[in-house]
Write a protein of this length. Structure first.
Length: 253
């Protein structure tokens, strides 16, 4: 983001990824020169901007040592929890949300129907002010393991914990709506932003300790949530290795 508060995202493509990967650190401010500006991708934009930056072999990074006090450290566009249903399967932009943590689950194994590999899964429940609305955030794979669940749970026994998630997708499954967090997802604990300060002030008055939700162990049967798949995907499933799969056809008129 810029000092004016505007945001733009950058992409680094091969073969220069390895050159810049060790040079860039989250939270550090850089002066960037000798880059290209192009039209933004059509899907999964992290910020509201019709343009994007791409690094070249000649792009230069210079770390800013004396950062202006008013320089924004985060760029985000929050959707209120009670309006997340409007973003279901919205693919042009990622969805950002903030809330008060009410419960956290341990990491659990999960395998969807039609998949032969098992992934990790963790669920975090968020609520808005006065618990008027809530949503589950489901982290997958490495994100589920990286999330500091135990730390947030322990801190949440004595004081409210505010979490902001950016880079999520809103999904609707058989058991309800959730924010799905894959590799693009990031989280910020008690971030220094006005929205978090307002939530903290409200939650402190009626704080309830965060709950810890146990999950099924790896040797227990896992319940599966039906996945939406294209007919072409179902058609190409191996008929003998997927005998237990069942399909439901949803026809729209």
């Amino acid at each position: 983001c810029f000092v004016q508060g505007n945001g733009i995202h950058a992409a680094i493509f091969p073969p220069v990824i390895q050159k810049f990967k060790p040079l860039i650190k989250e939270g550090v401010v850089y002066n960037i020169t000798y880059f290209r500006v192009r039209a933004s991708n059509n899907l999964y934009k992290p910020v509201f901007n019709e343009n994007m930056i791409t690094f070249t072999n000649w792009t230069k990074l210079e770390e800013v040592v004396e950062v202006p006090p008013a320089f924004p450290v985060l760029t985000y566009s929050l959707t209120p929890i009670d309006q997340l249903h409007l973003c279901v399967d919205h693919r042009e932009y990622y969805t950002d949300a903030i809330g008060i943590v009410t419960s956290i689950s341990a990491v659990a194994p999960h395998r969807s129907r039609g998949q032969h590999t098992t992934s990790s899964k963790r669920t975090i429940s968020l609520c808005s002010v006065s618990n008027s609305s809530s949503v589950n955030v489901v982290l997958w794979g490495g994100q589920a393991s990286l999330f500091p669940g135990e730390q947030i749970y322990n801190n949440g026994q004595s004081s409210p914990q505010i979490l902001m998630f950016v880079g999520t997708l809103v999904k609707k499954y058989a058991d309800g709506l959730c924010l799905s967090g894959g590799s693009p997802c990031k989280w910020y604990i008690n971030p220094d932003v006005p929205e978090a300060s307002a939530l903290m002030a409200s939650a402190t008055k009626t704080h309830s300790p965060i709950k810890w939700n146990e999950v099924l162990s790896s040797n227990q049967p896992m319940s599966h949530v039906p996945e939406e798949q294209k007919i072409a995907y179902i058609r190409d499933l191996h008929p003998f290795e997927n005998k237990s799969c069942h399909s439901w056809l949803d026809l729209g008129m």
